[in-house]
Design a protein around this ligand. Structure first.
Ligand SMILES: Cc1cc2nc3c(=O)[nH]c(=O)nc-3n(C[C@H](O)[C@H](O)[C@H](O)COP(=O)(O)OP(=O)(O)OC[C@H]3O[C@@H](n4cnc5c(N)ncnc54)[C@H](O)[C@@H]3O)c2cc1C
Length: 450
């Protein structure tokens, strides 16, 4: 078996637990992550040499972060860890990787995909100005290097990260100009009975809001963004709800998360529309098995469920992989994990109800607003292409308009572009499909492909 080490892509909570389970069974998995250090998004580690206390970086999650980091560090001699390595394509049992400018092929028989998620954005006028960041980007600056994106920051959008990142900024000493949530308060009230099932996770959310309010931060629900304004080329204010304006030197915005699904797509995994997350997701069973032999999914890359679920799903996918290799597994443990994942999924329904993706904002993006910032394509140009080509498929609109053809490969603009096209052709979102994954999944030098 050692001739065919399993590969784990992603060293976040899902990948780390998957690697630990494989190593405990006597295998020596290859663990690949494009980040310089393990931990993934939530447990992202600062560069080595930085010495901030766990409590300062991870807050309530400090103990979990330490446990996950310690678990990974304990694997050092048992895994083949390849940090700083991007997997930019995969097919027919071969991964294409790039590390420090050096391309390398890695053959695989079985692979656990645990690539996590990214911010979900809805373009609005001024979103490409210097000083406008995603919520996740704002958090990475703080978590990774202890930097703030500005000295007077507006947080806008929806989802649990909105309040968490605003709180983290406040605690780090930045001035939070306002927290503006696009979800009406009534939606959160409606979701209360399901949210309560989240126990301490729910309590933490309440606490963040309470602390922000107690510090005098403006917290508003049910807002509609209008535009980011600029002075001297950088953001200077956010306008919302008609002509209300808040001065700021930075904006962090986001509307929940999208799964990173391109590698699953390139591997040939079938996708289906998920009405809860309003996104096409790679299909898998509860253990993480896909219909492509040897390809497993774990964590947010297979559907957003959060860090605790990611740890469980990593463990579970590794058990499935071992079982498929003929290794006897502890079935009772697998059942316990399945039960725990089901419980978390119920809480997830509450979160999606409390913080619904505001598709109406994407559908109504003004014609002149840049939708695809890589290629400079406006929402109006996307609508015109969709109408002219009568493209019932978002990929045809891409071909006609170049929306989604740039460096991000549609990872940023794709979700909103699909909504714009669906609304303009009067079709349900699942009818326009999804942008097909294309290699390279992230930008690489041309030299690496030759
Ligand atoms: C920016 C951001 C910040 C977040 N912050 C929080 C937070 O503070 N609290 C919270 O509860 N949740 C947070 N979340 C959600 C949280 O990240 C997830 O619920 C959890 O981390 C999922 O774990 P995972 O192992 O599935 O993925 P991740 O933790 O995202 O780990 C995925 C790993 O895969 C690697 N990877 C991805 N693609 C490739 C590739 N092609 N090649 C090589 N490596 C690859 C990444 O570098 C990353 O290390 C955040 C999400 C994002 C996107």
């Amino acid at each position: 078996m050692s001739d065919n080490p399993p590969v784990v892509i992603g060293a976040g909570p899902a990948g780390i637990r998957a690697a630990a389970t494989l190593a405990a069974a006597g295998l020596r998995p290859i663990v690949i992550d494009e980040a310089a250090r393990s931990g993934g998004q939530i447990y992202r580690r600062p560069p080595s040499g930085f010495s901030r206390a766990y409590r300062d970086i991870y807050g309530f999650e400090a103990d979990k972060a330490r446990r996950v980091h310690d678990a990974f560090d304990a694997l050092a001699s048992k895994i083949d860890y390849r940090p700083g390595t991007l997997v930019w394509d995969m097919r027919d049992g071969v991964l294409q990787t790039l590390s420090n400018g050096t391309a390398r092929e890695v053959a695989y028989r079985d692979v656990i995909l645990a690539p996590g998620a990214r911010d979900r954005v809805i373009p609005f006028p001024g979103w490409t100005l210097p000083g406008v960041y995603t919520l996740g980007g704002a958090q990475i600056a703080l978590k990774y290097q202890g930097c703030a994106i500005g000295s007077r920051v507006v947080f806008m959008g929806t989802g649990p990260l909105l309040y968490l990142v605003a709180y983290q900024y406040m605690k780090a000493g930045a001035r939070v100009a306002a927290v503006l949530d696009t979800t009406p308060f009534a939606a959160k009230r409606r979701a209360l009975s399901k949210l309560i099932r989240g126990g301490s996770t729910f309590a933490k959310g309440i606490w963040y809001v309470a602390r922000l309010r107690a510090a005098g931060v403006t917290v508003e629900s049910g807002i509609t963004p209008v535009a980011a304004q600029s002075a001297d080329g950088a953001v200077s204010a956010l306008v919302y709800n008609g002509d209300k304006q808040i001065d700021c030197d930075a904006i962090a915005f986001g509307y929940g998360l999208s799964s990173e699904t391109q590698l699953a797509d390139l591997a040939g995994v079938p996708f289906a529309f998920d009405s809860l997350q309003q996104q096409f997701l790679p299909q898998r069973d509860s253990a993480g098995r896909t219909q492509v032999r040897g390809v497993y999914l774990a964590g947010d890359g297979g559907g957003i469920a959060g860090a605790d679920a990611a740890e469980l799903a990593g463990d579970r996918a590794a058990l499935a992989l071992l079982e498929d290799r003929g290794v006897a597994i502890d079935k009772a443990r697998a059942t316990t994990i399945d039960d725990a994942l089901r419980k978390i999924a119920e809480f997830r329904v509450g979160l999606e109800t409390a913080f619904p993706f505001p598709a109406h904002l994407a559908a109504s993006i003004a014609d002149e607003t840049i939708l695809c910032r890589c290629e400079g394509v406006t929402a109006g140009e996307v609508r015109a292409s969709a109408r002219e080509s009568n493209a019932l498929d978002i990929n045809r609109t891409k071909a006609f308009s170049r929306c989604g053809m740039g460096r991000c490969q549609g990872r940023v603009c794709g979700p909103s572009a699909a909504i714009v096209v669906a609304a303009c052709l009067n079709l349900p979102l699942d009818r326009v499909g999804r942008l097909r994954g294309q290699p390279p999944v992230k930008p690489i030098p041309i030299a690496a492909t030759s």
